[in-house]
Design a protein around this ligand. Sequence first.
Ligand code: ADP
Ligand code: MG
Length: 824
Amino acid sequence: MVKQTIQIFARVKPPVRKHQQGIYSIDEDEKLIPSLEIILPRDLADGFVNNKRESYKFKFQRIFDQDAKQETIFENIAKPVAGSVLEGYNGTIFAYGQTGSGKTFTITGGAERYSDRGIIPRTLSYIFEQLQKDSSKMYTTHISYLEIYNECGYDLLDPRHEASSLEDLPKVTILEDPDQNIHLKNLTLHQATTEEEALNLLFLGDTNRMIAETPMNQASTRSHCIFTIHLSSKEPGSATVRHAKLHLVDLAGSERVAKTGVGGHLLTEAKYINLSLHYLEQVIIALSEKHRSHIPYRNSMMTSVLRDSLGGNCMTTMIATLSLEKRNLDESISTCRFAQRVALIKNEAVLNEEIDPRLMIKRLQKEIQELKDELAMVTAEQRTEALTEAELLQLEKLITSFLEDQDPESRLEVGADMRKVHHCFHHLKKLLNDKKIFGNNTVSNTVSSESKDQDCQEPLKEEEYRKLRDILKQRDNEINILVNMLKKEKKKAQEALHLAGMDRREFRHSQSPPFPPGNPEEGQRMRLSSAPSQAQDFSILGNRSSLLHKKTGMREEMSLGRQEAFEIFKRDHADSVTIDDNKQILKQRFSEAKALGESINEARSKIGISENMAVPLMPDQQEEKLRSQLEEEKRRYKTMFTRLKALKVEIEHLQLLMDKAKVKLQKEFEVWWAEEATNLQVKSPAVNSLDHTKPFLQTSDSQHEQSQLFSNKSSGGWEVQGQGTGRFDVCDVNARKILPSPCPSPHSQKQSSTSTPLEDSIPKRPMSSIPLTGDSQTDSDILAFIKARQSILQKQCKFTSFGGSSRATGHQHLWGAHSEVGGE
Ligand code: ADP
Ligand code: MG
């Protein structure tokens, strides 16, 4: 059992504006315990609470100032916790602080750079690396991702997230067993066998969370998110299983309700968050007071779920995230005060071992059989007649399957018959002599003769050599797979280039098949197949827009006008620069991976050649030289291989970041689109009058809400035109609203000369002659497109008239390159 108080750390976020001097200081020289001093400027101190103190001092385990890197945070805070989780103890790391202070940045990471990845991806990386190293135990890893919003739990990994709104999802509920253990109903555990799989789950959850978020439901600041890694381990042959859980918690913003100053629905929500954090605080106060028997865990879902993490069987760490700007000082002081109370809580972590009854039964059965056999051997009369042909064959089959069985616990069960036991030994000896067991015999011959010859030079033991050879074989396979993938990608890229000339659009469709529904593993494989390929990585990226397609299911369904508007929207979107930057980095990484792959191949073939040359007939000196060359190559090979592996993880991560950014972009576009549609409707009262002239409005269920809004005003353009006035009214109003004559820029003129007939018609003709199609969806698209185009033309006009560089054009260029590459 390990007794420990909750560890508290502070992390100061870099300010948005330039560093404000004198607001805080960090004192790390004091013996052992560092402290953070927050200094209130006089003007603030006057009105602060009810005393006029000017400085507040708080002690922390460690304080990380603005320039602390994510790597440092992981090494100092998360790695020790992950280490004890690997040993079998529960662990929790939670971030607490006001909105914008860096909780999500610390726990999950930034959305832009690979180096900004936070505690979760780094911990996953670390844990899987350790699991791979440790062959003494068998491990299984599961992931769950829970969101608590307004006291309701949601499974962020529920596949239904894509299709339904938060309210329609099944709620995760708490069940308590007679031993007061908490169980979560409706929260799925997903097995993750590799780092990539776990990372995919993290991104899936984050994307689901983002999609569910609306302006009315700002889950990201008002909900708690608990990412849990469940780790089980078992030693071979043992019936004891160890379970450990690591909760990585991103709490809701801790700001106080008085400050938010909003009414109605939002106020209730703000209170809710504070209520749940208020209950957390109550639990913490109760725990820090001695002799309190009742701890009010049950008051809120979050405290119930984290019960063990708070004063229970867990090693818990809190990170107080602080945004130490003048206007945030009071919130920062609250955060620090909270941390000081948390630091008083003592936890008692125990190893969570339990005996698996099924394993136990299996073990006991085995033991009984062994005892029976032993007994039979001692008591039974000796059988002397020879074994039959069939019995021998049966035995040999048993031996073969025994040798092939990877399970270290497997046994060769032949019973209490000494004839059989002897035959097995004979057969195994024969196999060994035939060198069937260890594969390539010439080399092992070389090895043994070599080692015999060089007793004085620390000869490699045959065992070690075999191990090395096996590893080499595995690596060979891995390289072959990578090289094959490379070849395939190259071929694909060439085909793509060829096709691109013929029909770009068609090509895009065929190159971006959506993942088969309900088969995440397939998606996984496709992702992994994005192997290094030099400059022509666009086919790869084309394949990878899966998450986006799956999440939004859109681009293909978009009408032309909407697509056009989307292009414009994304061109001007701030995130486009990030996506573009990441694309460039990805390109570089792909090239680097490719070059590495080639070098690895080279090194491998060199190793092969040197090994074949290592015949014992060589003179000693030359042999020695070859030997050292071989070692050198092996070292080089190993370094490169490690680097290639790291690159693969980075590429995977970058791709997920980009997917997420794209989904975000698409989502923001949808919001913008809906707003535009509503605005148009509000601004065009005459349009509404159309409803009288055209009462028959047909909208299919599948049409989007905003289209329905639109269709109310613009439906039936053709029919109305026939009646004369109605049509004119609509378009005249719209013409004034959305088509004030643009200042014609050289750019727009050039554009119109190459544009589609529809585009052509817009600026030249008066609005009243724009033919609406009568299809409500299309008409809404046309109107929105006209509006978007209008605003762009105005912008361009502004830029060109100032004679400066055109930001819009610059961006278009960037996105142009992007669409080429991304196939989006
Ligand atoms: P919270 O989750 O507490 O509301 P975020 O993690 O979303 O806050 O951080 C708000 C913004 O500040 C984000 O844009 C984030 O990238 C940035 N940020 C937070 N902490 C840091 C840091 N240590 N270094 C750089 N940027 C940070
Ligand atoms: Mg956040």
